[in-house]
Design a protein around this ligand. Structure first.
Ligand code: ATP
Ligand code: ZN
Ligand code: MG
Ligand code: MG
Length: 477
C-alpha cells in the first residue's frame, strides 16, 4: 500500500461507530479508520491536522502501551497513523456517503486532516492454513459486565439491575431504538455456558450496535439501524448452514434451530478459550462456588442452571475485559468528587496538566500510575488523578468490541470438494453433540482513550438512566 498513490476505487465503506468511519481495502486485509465530526462543524473542522494526527497517535499509544498490557497483547492490534492525500480522502467520503446508515449521518467524515488509523482488517483474517470456506467473523460489543459494589452508589437499583439493562429503557424512551434488547452483559460474562448461550441468543434477536456477523469481510447480519424491519433470521440461517451441516450432505434436514445452536456453541467456546491463535473447544476453569452476580432484569431463569456455576478462565478475552472494566471501583458517583479535585487543581496550576498526564502521553508511566494507585485516598491530587486514569481505562473496556474469527478446521473439510460452500461436508459424526471443529482467533477493537472532560457527562448520563428506569422500567416486568 503506497500512501502517495492511493486509489479510492480500491476502498469501500466498511462500517462506523459514533467516533469513526471505517473503509476496507478490496484486496488487502487492511482498513482505514477515519475520524468523524458533528455535521455542523463540517465547514469548520474542530481541530487542526496536527491535532488530528496527535489524537490518532494517542489512540495507538493508549492501545499499545496501556490497554494491551491490561487486556493481553495477543488480542490487540494497535495499527499505525497514516497521512493520506486529501483528494483521496475527499473521494473516499463521497463514495462512502450513500452507504452510511441514516442514524449515523449527524456526523461527517473528517476530510481535512488527511490522517487515519491503518489497521489489519479483522473481518478478513489472513489464514495460516488454506481453507475453502470464507471466514465467519462475529463482532460483539459486550458493555459492562458487573454490578457496582461501591459504597458511593446512592441508588439501590444500581446494585441489582445492570447498567446495560437500565440503559435500554432510556434508549427506547428517547427513540434511539424501537425495541429493547433483552441481552444482559452479566450473562455473557458469567462463564456459565447456558447463560452465555442465552445472552448470545438475545444479541441475535436484537443486535442494535452490540452484534454483527461478517462473512468473508462482508457484513451479513446487523441491526437495520433506525428501521423496525424484523431481521431476517432465515437469511442468516441460510448463510450459516453450510458451516454447520456436518455428517454427510444427504442429511439436508438439519433444523435451523440446530444450526443456530451449533453456531452459538462454537462462539461460546471461542469466548471461553484462552484466546488467540487456533485451537479447538474451550478451556473453562471449572471452579465451584457461586457464579458471578445476576442482574435482576435478565430473563435468564436461574433455575435452568443444571451444571452448577462455572468461572471464566482468567486468560479468556471476557475475563481480561471484565478485570479491566472493574478498575472502575468507585462508580461514577464516587469518582466524580475526585475528578473535581483534579479539575480544581488544574484551574489553580494549569501547567500540572502535563505532569499528571491528563491528556497523555499514554506511555508506561501512565500505566504505572494507574496500576500503583494506593487503595486509600490520601487526599492528594495524585491519588485523584490515578483514580480518574483507572476510570477512563475502565470506560474504554466497557466500550470495546470483541471480534471472533472462525474458520472450519481444514482437517475436517473434505479435501477434494471444489463445489464451494453449498456442498460442504464435514467428516464427523452427525449424532455427536460436540460442535464441529473450527480454528478461531479472538481480537479486541475500538480502544480509544476517553477524554478527561467526558467525566461530568458520565455522571449526568448515569443520573438520567437511573431516573428513567425508576420512572418506566422498574415497574414493568
Ligand atoms: P463506537 O461508537 O463503538 O465507539 P467507533 O466510532 O469508536 O465506535 P469502531 O468501533 O472502532 O468505531 O469502528 C466502527 C466499526 O468498524 C466496528 O464496529 C467494526 O465493525 C468496524 N471495524 C473497526 N475496526 C476494524 C478492523 N480493524 N477490522 C475490521 N473491522 C473494523
Ligand atoms: Zn442486565
Ligand atoms: Mg465501536
Ligand atoms: Mg469507540
Amino acid at each position: 500500500m503506497e500512501l502517495d498513490k492511493m486509489d479510492e476505487n480500491e476502498w469501500k465503506y466498511h462500517g462506523e461507530g459514533n467516533k469513526s468511519l471505517v473503509v476496507s481495502h478490496v484486496q488487502l486485509p487492511r482498513v482505514l479508520r477515519l475520524l468523524k465530526y458533528p455535521a455542523e462543524d463540517c465547514e469548520n473542522p474542530p481541530q487542526t491536522p496536527e491535532q488530528a494526527f496527535r489524537q490518532i497517535q494517542n489512540v495507538v499509544d493508549f492501545s499499545s502501551n496501556v490497554m494491551s498490557s491490561l487486556l493481553g497483547e495477543k488480542f490487540i492490534h494497535s495499527g499505525e497513523v497514516v497521512k493520506l492525500p486529501l483528494e483521496f480522502v475527499r473521494q473516499l467520503s463521497i463514495r462512502a456517503q450513500h452507504q452510511r446508515p441514516a442514524m449515523r449521518c449527524d456526523k461527517v467524515m473528517d476530510i481535512y486532516s488527511g490522517c487515519a488509523l491503518c489497521l489489519p482488517n479483522l473481518t478478513s483474517p489472513t489464514l495460516h492454513q488454506p481453507t475453502h470456506s470464507l471466514p465467519l467473523c462475529i463482532e460483539i460489543k459486550p458493555k459492562c459486565g458487573f454490578l457496582p459494589s461501591s459504597k458511593h452508589v446512592s441508588k439501590d437499583i444500581k446494585t441489582k439491575v445492570c447498567r446495560f439493562c437500565m440503559h435500554q429503557h432510556d434508549k427506547v424512551a428517547r427513540g434511539k431504538w424501537k425495541r429493547r434488547s433483552l441481552y444482559c452483559p452479566l450473562d455473557l460474562f458469567s462463564g456459565n455456558r447456558q447463560r452465555m448461550q442465552f445472552a448470545i441468543r438475545q444479541l441475535i434477536e436484537e443486535p442494535q450496535n452490540n452484534f454483527k456477523i461478517f462473512k468473508g469481510g462482508q457484513c451479513i447480519y446487523s441491526s437495520k439501524e433506525g428501521s423496525d424491519d424484523s431481521l431476517d433470521l432465515n437469511s442468516l440461517l441460510h448463510q450459516l448452514r453450510p458451516y454447520f451441516t456436518y455428517g454427510n450432505n444427504r442429511i439436508s434436514h438439519v433444523t435451523g434451530k440446530a444450526v443456530l445452536n451449533d453456531f452459538i456453541q462454537v462462539l461460546v467456546n471461542a469466548l471461553l478459550s484462552g484466546g488467540g491463535g487456533g485451537g479447538h473447544g474451550g478451556g473453562v476453569a471449572d471452579r465451584c462456588g457461586e457464579g458471578r452476580s445476576f442482574c435482576e432484569a435478565s430473563l435468564f431463569n436461574k433455575e435452568r442452571i443444571r451444571h452448577g456455576s462455572q468461572d471464566l478462565n482468567s486468560n479468556s478475552v471476557l475475563s481480561r475485559i471484565l478485570q479491566t472494566q472493574m478498575l472502575d471501583t468507585l462508580n461514577i458517583e464516587g469518582l466524580h468528587p475526585l475528578y473535581r479535585r483534579v479539575e480544581q487543581h488544574l484551574q489553580d496550576f494549569p501547567k500540572e496538566r502535563s505532569r499528571l498526564q491528563v491528556d497523555g502521553p499514554y506511555n508506561e508511566a501512565f500505566l504505572e500510575t494507574l496500576q500503583k494507585c494506593p487503595a486509600e485516598d490520601d487526599g492528594s491530587v495524585e491519588y485523584a488523578a490515578a483514580k480518574v486514569h483507572q476510570y477512563r481505562v475502565a470506560m474504554t473496556a466497557k466500550d470495546c468490541s470483541i471480534m471472533v474469527a472462525l474458520v472450519p478446521s481444514p482437517e475436517e473439510e473434505e479435501e477434494d470438494d471444489d463445489e464451494g460452500l453449498s456442498s460442504q461436508r464435514w467428516l464427523r459424526d452427525f449424532h455427536s453433540t460436540r460442535p464441529p471443529a473450527f480454528s478461531y482467533s479472538v481480537s479486541i477493537l475500538d480502544l480509544d482513550p476517553k477524554p478527561f472532560d467526558s467525566i461530568p457527562c458520565q455522571l449526568r448520563l448515569d443520573q438520567r438512566i437511573v431516573s428513567c428506569y425508576l420512572r418506566t422500567g422498574g415497574a414493568l416486568p
